[in-house]
Write a protein that binds this ligand. Structure first.
Ligand code: SAM
Ligand code: SF4
Length: 317
């Protein structure tokens, strides 16, 4: 289904939980997410029903996210149920990867096609600091497990933070030289708990091109990342620039929160409830969310905050 601006909406991001086994400083408060009662989050039956309705309106790709999607008990089962939707072309996950050593093979067997894994630094101390206690070794083991299980092509998401990891741009991009992975630098967004960052942290992705002048543009694959390649590299470097180069005109997605709200736009406060709706009523709300997609998000910068009313872990990134 197309929205009022002609954008075809083919992508649904579903947040399975607000909870996470990390507490990244740009994403959630130090005390972690407030635990919702089980009855306050969508059941797998409800998620499947909403997903099926979205697919009937033209959604072809579903990504499970959170919070950390792998901490929701039984989620492999949900993957299997979603994969059984005949018209669905791709089922993917965004994860911090910590639980992939135990879960990657089961996820693949359940029909998950690929995963994006967050990796902001290659330095164990910095990883511990930015995630408030996480182990880089665990994250790297998760990346290896995803490769071994064939959850590929693999994308590694790196939030670019001035004064934190801009000195690692070359090392992170070098991960693409020998392996067909995409390392994606994402501009830090002023949303939810990213409040504590000063203006210097909001580094535009242009910094990546300045540090790596040998990057050559490669064709667009329809996603939100601009793609480049180091000479002779097996993989690619992606730039995602919500602040310095808004990609709203190419936005093809809807978001569903763990408590059953559709969000037409990540950076808008508008939420459309779908919990408890079935059949024609559910379809009507999905169509409403698509019609309500704004042309673009409001100004985002170190001094203009997102109008989203939730932290990133409560929306699904
Ligand atoms: N826990 C999973 C993970 O970390 O990959 C999935 C959820 S997380 C909210 C999804 C993505 O949002 C991650 O890649 C994370 O780095 C990104 N993210 C969170 N807060 C952000 C912010 N303030 N600016 C930019 N990206 C952010
Ligand atoms: Fe957890 Fe992902 Fe947020 Fe980090 S970015 S706190 S891993 S939800």
């Amino acid at each position: 289904m197309r929205d009022t601006l002609g954008r075809e909406i083919t992508y649904l991001r579903i947040s399975l939980t607000d909870l996470c086994n990390l507490r990244c400083t740009y994403c959630m408060p130090p005390e972690g997410a407030k635990k919702l009662e089980h009855r306050d989050i969508l059941s797998f039956e409800e998620i499947e029903e909403i997903a099926r309705a979205a697919v009937s309106l033209g959604v072809r790709k579903i990504r499970l996210t959170g919070g950390e999607p792998l901490v929701r008990r039984g989620m492999v089962d949900l993957c299997r149920r979603l994969r059984a939707i005949p018209e669905l072309r791709e089922l993917a996950l965004t994860t911090n990867g910590l639980l992939l050593p135990e879960m990657a093979a089961d996820l693949k067997a359940a029909g998950v096609d690929r995963v994006n894994i967050s990796l902001d630094t290659l330095d164990p101390d910095k990883y511990r600091r930015i995630t408030r206690g996480g182990s880089l070794d665990r994250a790297l083991a998760g990346i290896q497990a995803a490769k071994d299980a064939g959850l590929t092509p693999l994308k590694l998401n790196c939030v670019l933070i001035g004064g934190f990891n801009d000195d690692e741009i070359a090392d992170l991009a070098a991960l693409t030289v020998d392996e067909p992975v995409e390392v994606r630098f994402i501009e830090l967004m002023p949303i939810g708990d990213a409040e504590g960052f000063g203006p210097e942290a909001y580094l535009p992705c242009e910094a990546v091109l300045e540090r790596l002048p040998r990057l050559v543009p490669v064709g667009d694959n329809g996603g939100v990342a601009e793609r480049y390649r180091l000479p002779g590299a097996a993989g690619t470097v992606g730039l995602i620039r919500p602040l310095s180069r808004c990609f709203c005109s190419r936005c093809d997605r809807l978001r569903l929160t763990a408590d059953g709200q559709l969000k037409p736009c990540l950076h808008s406060g508008e939420e459309i409830p779908v919990r408890g709706l079935h059949g024609a009523d559910l379809l009507r709300q999905l169509e409403r969310a698509i019609r309500h997609k704004p042309a673009r998000h409001g100004e985002l910068s170190s001094s203009s905050r997102s109008q989203a009313t939730r932290d990133m872990n409560q929306i699904g990134g």
